[in-house]
Structure formats: C-alpha cells, structure tokens
Design a binder for this molecule. Structure first.
Ligand code: KG4
Ligand code: ZN
Length: 346
C-alpha cells in the first residue's frame, strides 16, 4: 500500500510516501521537509497564524516535489494520511483539508494520525525494528512522556512532565543565554565545546520515586548561573554542557526506572530531542548495560517529518481504519484514547 503522509502540526511542512510492500527503510520512497524557522525567528517563537499561511503556500508544491522524487503519480497512491493533532488548530486544518480533498479526488481512503504516535512509530521504519512490548520515551518541543507500548495502538502513560517539555527546556535555556530560536540544536552544538563538570545543575525529581519530570526549575538555575558569570563564550559553552548533562542524566534515570517498572529491556526514543547526540549515547549505553537495546530513528526522522505520518497512517489504513469525508482535527488529544490497531479489525 502506497500512502502519502502530510505533517503540518507546527512549524514544519512535511510530506512523504511510504510503501508497505517494502519493509523497513526501503518503504520510504521519498520524503521532504520545509522548515519555517526563518519565518518565525524574528519573533523568537512560532506565530500560529503565520505558520498556517505558510503551510498553505508550501504544502502542494512539496506534495508535487515528493511524488516526483518517488517517481510516482497521484494515481499511484492507495491512501492519504495526515496529522490530525495534537498541534496548532489552523496549521492542522491546512494539512487535514488538503489530505481529505486529495483522498476524495483520488477516491482513496484517508486517515488522521496522532502526531505523537507518528513520532513513537518512526523507529519502526528503520532496519531491525523492535517489536512491542517496549517502553517509549517521547521527547519533543511539546511533550515529554514515558509510555508503555503494549501493542501498536495500545499505549499506557507511565510518566510525563509536570511543566516544560525537554525540548522546550532546551529552547528556553538557549534563549536566556542569547542564542537564536529554536535554540535546542544550537545549545547542543555549543555544549560540545563546554567543559564537563564546570557547572553542575540538579537532576530534577530523581531523588524520589516516580516517573514524572519537571524541567522548568532547571532553566531558572541556568539563568542565575549565567547572570552571575563573566558571560564569556567559554562560560556559555560550559553552562550549556552542564544543562545538557542534567537533562540527559535525568531522562536516562527515569528511562531505566520505566524499563524496570514495565519489566522490559527495549527502549524506543522518538521526538526532536531524540536527535541529541549525548542523549543517544547515554541511553544506548544504559540499555546495553542491562542486556537490552535503545532504538532511535535517524536524526532527520526524530524531528517533525511527513515520513512518520505516512508510516503510522499506512499501518492504520492497512488495519481498515479510515475517516469519513468531513475535515476534523483534534488540537488536544490523549494518545491513550487511540483505537488499538488489530489488522483487519478497525
Ligand atoms: O519533535 P519536534 O521536531 O517537534 C515537536 O513535536 O515539538 O521537536 C522539536 C524540539 C525542539 O524543542 C528542539 O529544540 C528540540 O526538539 N531539538 C533538540 C535537538 N534537535 C531538536 N534538542 C536537543 N538537542 C538536539 N540536537
Ligand atoms: Zn513533533
């Protein structure tokens, strides 16, 4: 089944074609992402109305480009998947309206995909994919969650952040030290030049049992350290390193606890912060130490993309799920409410 995937939940327009006839990475026939970073940079964050308008401008050209790269015509498509939530309502509606109209015109089924399920399933597009049950760490700009994946489509929340998401903490911390939006990847790059141990910040909520997170206090600690420092380039890098180590250690401690709680040795990591090199190395080492493994998508499939939506949508379409002809989105959406995915039984 060849499925077109459309992602427009925030500030990236993503389009891809996934063909389930080819397992693993070969199924990804083409994917393209257009990032709106330059558009929002001068405002220091995403401006929802500008995001929606830019998706309108970029989506159809990106669909044409992706199909051309895959060597396919629209008539070769067997289904269309789109992000139906969570996300910015206007931005979601652009993708949903376009996907729904395309599916209607081509007389193929359409399915709305949960953005975080897309992230969660992205590692399954890679070689030697893990099989449920496993534990998933979802770390993006809007979410930080530990999820017990009992089966594809059966998700039980084990813990989540009580305030800032991990990606949000990266972005806000970068901003308060004067780095441009979106600061996460830039802060991570700066941390490479920092001296380990020069600054040590707390590992929030690791001194008590539980699987929830809290990252907002960390940024206050960084602010104080930055304000009281000489604010040199080296100090900025040292603080970045101290912050990154604190977030990475905290995530690793909670992931290990979650694996223990779920009786699992397989950890799947997804979402933008999953592109972080130090997090990847730390979680790989932690899982290897207990005789298990950590599974990541390649970095380009950690951040928002259309491939994960095409892939998750293809699984759901193959299981018989589809939407009616109305255009609906769900800006707030609990992943535990998704229908389980049983082949042939919607
Ligand atoms: O999954 P994603 O692309 O979008 C959301 O669904 O939110 O995640 C974006 C987040 C941003 O907060 C960004 O700063 C963070 O992921 N991020 C990183 C890295 N690359 C992206 N954070 C730390 N290190 C990175 N290398
Ligand atoms: Zn995302």
């Amino acid at each position: 089944m060849r499925v077109l995937g459309i992602e427009t939940s925030c500030d990236e327009t993503g389009v891809a074609v996934y063909d389930t006839a080819f397992p693993g990475p070969a199924g990804l026939r083409a994917h393209a992402v257009y990032s709106q970073i330059a558009l929002h940079a001068e405002y220091g964050g995403v401006v929802p109305e500008l995001a929606s308008r830019d998706h309108v401008r970029k989506l159809l050209p990106l669909v044409r480009q992706t199909l051309a790269e895959a060597g396919l015509a629209t008539s070769d498509l067997d289904g269309v998947a789109y992000t139906a939530g969570p996300g910015l309502v206007g931005a979601l509606l652009v993708g949903a309206g376009t996907a729904r109209a395309l599916a209607w015109a081509l007389d193929v089924p359409a399915v709305g995909v949960h953005h975080m399920e897309g992230h969660l399933l992205a590692p399954l597009m890679e070689d030697d994919p893990p099989q449920p049950p496993f534990v998933a760490l979802l770390v993006s700009g809007g979410h930080t969650q530990l999820v017990a994946v009992e089966a594809i489509g059966r998700y039980r929340l084990l813990g989540e952040t009580l305030d800032d998401a991990a990606g949000e903490a990266f972005d806000k911390t970068a901003k308060l030290m004067g780095l441009p939006y979106p600061g996460g990847p830039q802060l991570a790059a700066l941390a490479e030049k920092g001296t380990p141990g020069a600054f040590r910040f707390a590992r929030p909520m690791t001194d008590r049992p539980g699987l929830d997170f809290s990252f907002s206090g960390l940024k206050t600690q960084v602010l104080l350290a930055w304000q009281q420092s000489d604010q040199s380039e080296q100090t900025r890098a040292d603080i970045a390193r101290g912050f990154e180590d604190a977030v990475v250690d905290t995530l690793a401690i909670k992931c290990e606890r979650a694996l223990d709680a779920a009786g699992s040795n397989t950890l799947v990591i997804a979402g933008g912060v999953g592109a972080n090199k130090r997090l990847r190395a730390k979680l790989q080492a932690m899982c290897a130490h207990r005789g298990g493994r950590a599974c990541f998508p390649r970095p380009a499939l950690c951040t928002d993309n259309g491939a994960m939506i095409a892939f998750a949508g293809a699984l759901r379409l193959e299981a018989g799920q589809r939407e009616d002809a109305s255009v609906n989105v769900t800006p707030r959406w609990d992943m535990a409410l998704l229908p389980p995915l049983v082949a042939g039984k919607p």
